[in-house]
Design a protein around this ligand. Sequence first.
Ligand code: 5GP
Length: 210
Amino acid sequence: MKDEGMIVVLSGFSGAGKGTIMKHLLQEHPGEFHLSISATTRKKRQGEEDGREYFFKTREEFDDMIRQHQLLEYATFNGNSYGTPRDYVEKLVEEGKDVLLEIEIQGALQVKKLYPSALLLFVMTPTADDLKDRLVGRGTETQEVIAQRLAISAKESSYMPGYDYLVVNDEIDRSVALVYSIIRCEHYRTARNIETIKQMQKELRKFERR
Ligand code: 5GP
């Protein structure tokens, strides 16, 4: 029973672990989900590869993608632009597949507006100090960037109620299992299974008594 593919947005505070959850989810359930790879104007970090973590674009290339309506959503985060390529996501959802988007909050809200049936998950840490500790522990950003990201999180917290589910990421295995079960459950929502309902109603017609 699966009427439609689903856009699953994993979003939340920078450093809360959404990237790690996403990676584990894909590894533990091979073939079950498709990951959308975003375009960005951000500089490549050490160890990253074009077409794997992101499609790395120049400002001009990114603006062209916007002009040509190739992005389903886009946003600026910490001075860089990020956007979701539209064709890949729409094609897979039409084919009944689940597509995962790991994006920041402005983008997530744009997706929900465009696709009200998208599932929005908000990943957070148990406490605000845990968030800081994780950003520091990651060791990929300067102190200044970490301070900027925490200030962004403070602002972003006002959008938390617009999400469908909160994922408090205290322990990675538990969080991955939680996200997986939320997605599974969502597929059984009546509103997502109108065709199945109609089919059952049609079949039951033969038992109707007048
Ligand atoms: P980073 O530079 O650390 O890879 O990502 C910075 C932020 O941009 C993260 O919160 C990440 O989820 C978000 N992001 C990545 N891709 C996209 C995208 O396509 N659209 C939006 N709106 N945000 C994105």
